[in-house]
Design a protein around this ligand. Structure first.
Ligand SMILES: Nc1ncnc2c1ncn2[C@@H]1O[C@H](COP(=O)(O)OP(=O)(O)OP(=O)(O)O)[C@@H](O)[C@H]1O
Length: 307
């Protein structure tokens, strides 16, 4: 186990009866980064996370969380990790403060209550009401606070902004960044590409129980397909442009305006355009959402039954 890794997973396999949820997951999360774990519904994100906390046992594979084997020392993992599950379960009769005190006691680690009150204030959460009287969004805030309140070295958050309004989503993202800037590692699952793009240093994509891509968020966007709109001074012969490798004509409007799709480097297109009477040139940076849709589309090969 390298000291530089907060999470290290090799060949993790887990089946639920006949459902092969994880088919050999490999993943490395570096200390001090915000890592987003993405993938379609049922891809295996929650199963992977539950293995990290020893809430379920994998069939086989290698797993280290902050250098600890969760199966050998789950208590140490839970003390040093802040975990927000996808589905929270509280004793509905407790007050918010009572629930937080219970979480703190279960974890067995000292909590700074001034910090808890500051978190509650930032998330606009009253500590007095009973859990049963809270809205869904306010329950989610309790979950976020219990994950952060002991200032853990590693945050593992399953859809941290689920059910929160846009202001509160932004506050949670801010808290995640602040945790990273203070030296913690943040690992989170999400379906909201906008927030991933805003906070994640790197992303990993899981599909049907296998991690199919890990990359820097910016790199992934940069290497994606982009769209280029070109306006010419007059009608032109496009063949030298559309014959370029990686360039495809998407639309041609009145012979003087083109919409092209460019995969890979822009340089050959720019050089080729130098020979044309170009009036205007616009490039559209794709959003992470567009980049990921390709990964989310059903694959023709992988859903077949296992031997
Ligand atoms: N307790 C369980 N019993 C049986 N099958 C399960 C169980 N938990 C998960 N699965 C199955 O394992 C696969 C992976 O599920 P998992 O919850 O890990 O996916 P996920 O990526 O977290 O999905 P989502 O984005 O919908 O939360 C799915 O096919 C799911 O139906």
């Amino acid at each position: 186990m390298s000291e530089a890794l907060a999470i290290e997973i090799r060949d993790l396999v887990k089946s639920y009866g006949r459902v092969r949820a994880l088919r050999g997951v490999n993943l490395e999360v570096r200390r001090g980064e915000i890592f987003a774990f993405l993938g379609p519904n049922g891809a295996g994100k929650t199963t992977t996370i539950r293995c990290m906390l020893d809430l379920i046992r994998p069939d086989h594979g290698f797993l280290r969380v902050l250098g600890i084997d969760p199966q050998r020392d789950p208590v140490a993992v839970r003390q040093r990790v802040g975990y927000l599950p996808g589905e929270l379960h509280f004793d509905e009769n407790l007050t918010v403060e009572g629930a937080l005190r219970l979480f703190a006691a279960m974890r067995g680690k000292a909590v700074d209550w001034a910090w808890v009150r500051a978190l509650a204030e930032r998330l606009d959460l009253d500590l007095r009401p009973r859990i049963r009287n809270l809205s869904k969004g306010n329950k989610q805030k309790v979950g976020v606070i219990q994950a952060l309140m002991h200032r853990p070295e590693l945050l593992i958050l399953d859809e941290p902004t689920l059910g929160l309004d846009p202001l509160m989503q932004r506050e949670v993202l801010r808290l995640m960044r602040e945790a990273r800037d203070a030296g913690a590692t943040v690992f989170f699952a999400s379906h909201i590409m906008g927030e991933v793009e805003q906070v994640a240093d790197r992303v990993g994509i899981i599909r049907q129980g296998v991690v199919v891509e890990v990359a820097g968020t910016e790199d992934l966007i940069r290497r994606a397909v982009r769209r280029v709109r070109v306006r010419f001074e007059g009608p032109v012969d496009l063949r030298p442009l559309t014959a370029l490798p990686g360039v495809r004509l998407l639309r041609r409007e009145d012979g003087e305006e083109l919409l092209l799709q460019v995969e890979g480097r822009m340089d050959p297109l720019i050089k080729a355009l130098a020979a044309f009477p170009v009036r205007d040139l616009e490039t559209e940076r794709p959003s992470l959402e567009e980049v990921f849709l390709a990964y989310y589309e059903p694959s023709p090969v992988s859903s077949e039954a296992d031997p």
